[in-house]
Design a protein around this ligand. Structure first.
Ligand SMILES: Cc1ncc(COP(=O)(O)O)c(C=O)c1O
Length: 381
């Protein structure tokens, strides 16, 4: 019987903690403490991290900063987005990116998402471009990847900048290139739940030196950065960056394991091309309540009762918001579907061994088999 009906949960201790215990991080912190450099304004780890980010992402310049949200704002400013401009983004997006555009006085132009992975559909871009379009803001969300070569083809043809938000996908690749390195500017987050975590923090990745210079100017007051990453934060990110490839492969294998245990109504995002390697900040699923037999919220509640961290996805930006706050391109029907049906599995469990993944798969199957009983026990109010 599932835990939501009274049985003991599959994972009595709940979802695994994040960040997990990491002896390399602990050792790096010890060195920083012992040397006293953890308190320095211009310590060596920040500079080393910025250098390693350029090498990892294959870009000429990187700047670390206080958060992913700030990185997105700095990136938009660095490509010249200002009041009165239009910026195109997916209607299913991280909400604060939309709000950052408002903070800059720019108008969000919302386009629909692809049916396979509920991420920005590049086929929608050409019709969205107008005389005021300054940039395209692309996020890769819930392990979905946006085909960046298709985005760049449209952007380059119109002379429009691309800001690529890779907060959710460090380690993901499209062909030989890292996600985050396609845009004129890419951004990362080192927030507490992120794959590379410093508790807080972010970074900008630049392909172009003009945007890099503009961001540097904006992020500094005189010689002083006003929202930097600290030396201690950089200290803890470095060992995680060194292990990013290995962790990405482990998470990928875990999701492949779950993919091979299909359950009706729960389909892992499909990126549609073998040359794309996603990274799993969350594993996104297309949920079909009719096929699974449970309303989406009740599915997540049942999984949470088992100690498995499934949550509903984002609310699409065009829903419940005044149309004066954006310009919509088309009916955004797929973004509405994403808003109503997306579920996502939080990533920490994906670094666990096969027996844990086996328990996750069995628990999902058990909830599926008992959907009728769960529905009967929790009728709609
Ligand atoms: C796609 C995306 N962009 C930006 C951010 C913001 O990052 P931060 O929390 O570091 O400000 C997040 C955070 O979840 C995110 O998911």
């Amino acid at each position: 019987m599932p835990a939501i009906l009274g049985s003991p949960p599959a994972f009595p201790d709940g979802p695994p903690p994040w960040p997990p215990p990491n002896e390399n991080v602990a050792a790096a912190v010890q060195v920083a403490l012992a040397s006293g450099r953890w308190g320095q304004y211009h310590g060596p780890c920040v500079a080393t991290l910025e250098t390693q980010l350029t090498a990892t992402f294959g870009v000429p310049h990187a700047i670390t900063c206080a958060s992913g949200t700030l990185a997105v704002e700095a990136a938009l400013r660095s490509v010249g987005v200002a009041a009165g401009d239009e910026v195109i983004l997916a209607a299913y997006e991280y909400e604060s990116n939309f709000l950052t555009l408002h903070a800059l006085g720019a108008k969000p132009v919302l386009v629909d998402v692809s049916p396979g992975n509920w991420n920005l559909d590049p086929a929608q871009l050409a019709t969205a471009i107008g005389p005021k379009t300054k940039a395209i803001l692309v996020s890769h969300l819930h392990s979905g990847l946006v085909p960046m070569n298709a985005v760049l083809a449209v952007a380059d043809a119109h002379g429009i900048a691309v800001v690529e938000d890779a907060a959710q996908c460090p380690g993901a690749t499209i062909g030989p290139r890292q996600c985050g390195s396609f845009g004129s500017v890419g951004t990362l987050s080192f927030g507490g739940s992120k794959l590379l975590s410093a508790g807080r923090g972010g970074a900008l990745l630049f392909r172009e030196s003009r945007a890099y210079q503009r961001a540097k100017l904006w992020l500094n007051r005189g010689v002083q950065p006003w929202a930097p990453l600290s030396e201690l934060q950089a200290t803890v990110v470095l060992p995680q960056l060194a292990n990013l490839d290995a962790d990405t492969q482990r998470r990928l294998a875990s999701v492949q394991f779950l993919r091979e245990r299909p359950v009706p109504g729960l389909q892992v995002f499909d990126n549609g091309s073998a040359v794309q390697t996603p990274a799993f900040y969350k594993a996104g699923f297309r949920y079909d309540p009719a096929a699974f037999g449970l309303p989406r919220e009740l599915f997540c509640r049942a999984m949470r009762a088992e100690g498995i961290a499934f949550d509903v996805g984002f609310k699409a930006l065009h829903l419940g918001r005044s149309p004066s706050r954006f310009r919509a391109v088309g009916d955004l029907a797929e973004a509405t579907r994403a808003s109503e049906n997306c579920v996502k599995l939080h990533h920490p469990v994906l670094l666990h061994p096969p027996d844990v993944l086996e328990r996750v798969a069995r628990t999902i199957e058990n909830v599926y088999r008992n959907a009728v009983r769960i529905r009967a026990a929790f009728p709609p109010s």
